[in-house]
Structure formats: C-alpha cells, structure tokens
Design a protein around this ligand. Structure first.
Ligand SMILES: [Zn+2]
Length: 270
C-alpha cells in the first residue's frame, strides 16, 4: 500500500505502535489522574511506556507501577541532580530493583553541569558506578547529558565495549550526533523537536541513522508545541511523531514502526 493510503486509514488522534521510552509517570504530577493519563495514552496508540527512576524512592514507585500494568516497564537509577546522596548502599538497592520483573534498563543517569544540583565529582562517581551496574547486568543505560558532553563521552568511553543505551532528550549537539551511534547508543527525541526555535535540531535529526531513533516525552516535562506551559503526558508523543514525520516528508506510521522496532532492539521488551 502506498504511504498516503496507509496514512489515510489511520485516524488523526491515533498512531498504533507508539512507544514513549522516557516518561516520569511515577511523579506526583500524575497522582490525581494517572489512570486517565494511561487511558488517553492507549487511545493515542501507545503500546509501551518506560518509566526511568530519578532517585531510590522514585525507582521503587516506577517498579510498583510497572508491576501494575502490562503496558509499563521501568528503569531504576539515580539522576545527576540527585547524585549527592549516591552511596554503595544505594547501588545495592538499585541492583535488587534492576533484577525485578519489568526492569529493562538502568536510568536515568548522567551528568548535568547546567544546573549543577550536585557537585560534579559526585555526579561523575554516581554515573560511573551505575554504568558499571548496567554492564554487570547486561542492561542498557538511559543517559542524561547537559552541558557536560566531553566529560560524559570520556566516562562512557571508559565504561568500555558492549555497553548500550539511549541519549535521552537529544538536543542536536554535533559532537554527540557523531559519537553516539558508534558507541552503541540511540537518540531519544521528544517535545523540543516540535518547537519553532528548533530548526537546527530538526536538521541534525534528519541526518541521524534511522535505526537509532527512539520517541519519548519526558513527561510531565517538555510538552510539544501547542501544549507548552502545560503538563506533558505520554499521549502527546503522537504530536512529536506527526511533526517529525511531516518535517522529514516521511510516513508517520513508518516512523512510529521504526521507533518501535528500535526500542524493542534496545530494551528487548516484546
Ligand atoms: Zn527524564
């Protein structure tokens, strides 16, 4: 069937096979209506949502949620903002969570020198230790890098061959665009690519290898154009897929299926 016919058969408010590979569904922002948020996600065509942890309590909530609904998976991890409290005991707790059913990655982990909410040395230690855990368990890593590209690349390279993962919230940095695929990593693409000011990111995006693209929302943060200033939610990954496909003159269903296949390759969840 030609792409135009396939698209015509898909209603405007649904793209079957959508995956949100990064959604903080455990946060209190969803406490009042989490069930409705999930229902809207299903109606939009979502088949999988991955909830990364931000610290130990958040990782536990993510695990509990993942055990409550077959659409959900989770990743235990300590975010760079929270790495001031990272200890060997926390690492042991993460290891226990990572062996539980529904755990598909370690994350979200990384370096954030933009907000510097934890000392850089502690961010680096937590990042190294959790990459080590990912390697030990054979799980991919969900990585957050902000204004720390060179240090992060050095730590990732030192973590060695065989480590895989996703660079979440890819912002179009040319150094990362070049290095990420050869390191065995994928690019997480979300709301920011829909913003009027993101022409350069869209340009970089269209040159990325198609087999390394993942779709994500980072909800409740980073809502797509049209919803800025409001709470983001997984159903809005639909808007990201449509915008990216339109800009790239691509069949939206094909993009969604590619992203689903890529997520399945990385997280082994089908
Ligand atoms: Zn996040």
């Amino acid at each position: 069937m030609p792409p135009s016919d396939r698209l015509a058969s898909v209603p405007d408010d649904n793209l079957p096979g959508l995956t949100d590979t990064h959604c903080h569904l455990d946060l209190p922002a969803f406490d009042a209506d989490r069930g409705e948020v999930m229902e809207r996600a299903r109606r939009a065509g979502l088949v999988r949502i991955l909830i990364p942890g931000l610290d130990l309590p958040s990782s536990r909530r993510a695990a509990d949620l993942a055990h409550s609904d077959p659409m959900l998976r989770f990743a235990p991890g300590v975010h760079p903002h929270e790495s001031g409290g990272f200890t060997a005991r926390v690492l042991d707790e993460l290891r226990i969570l990572a062996r539980a059913p529904g755990a598909v990655a370690i994350g979200e982990i990384g370096l954030d020198y933009y907000r510097n909410l934890a000392p850089r040395v502690q961010q680096q230690e937590a990042f190294r230790a959790q990459l080590g855990l990912a390697r030990e368990l054979g799980l991919p890593a969900i990585v957050h890098i902000r204004e720390a590209e060179e240090d992060a690349l050095a730590i990732l390279s030192a973590a060695g061959n065989g480590l895989r993962g996703v660079l979440h919230a890819f912002s179009g940095n040319p150094l990362l665009a070049e290095r990420v695929p050869e390191m065995g990593f994928y690019f997480g693409i979300g709301g920011p690519i829909t913003y009027a000011g993101s022409a350069r990111l869209r340009e970089v995006f269209h040159a990325l290898p198609r087999d390394r693209i993942l779709l994500e929302t980072d909800a409740p943060y980073l809502p797509p154009e049209g919803n800025r200033g409001k709470r983001n939610e997984p159903a809005l990954v639909l808007a990201v897929a449509r915008k990216v496909a339109r800009e790239g003159n691509q069949d939206a269903l094909e993009l969604v299926q590619t992203a689903r296949r890529n997520a399945n390759n990385l997280f082994a969840w089908e």
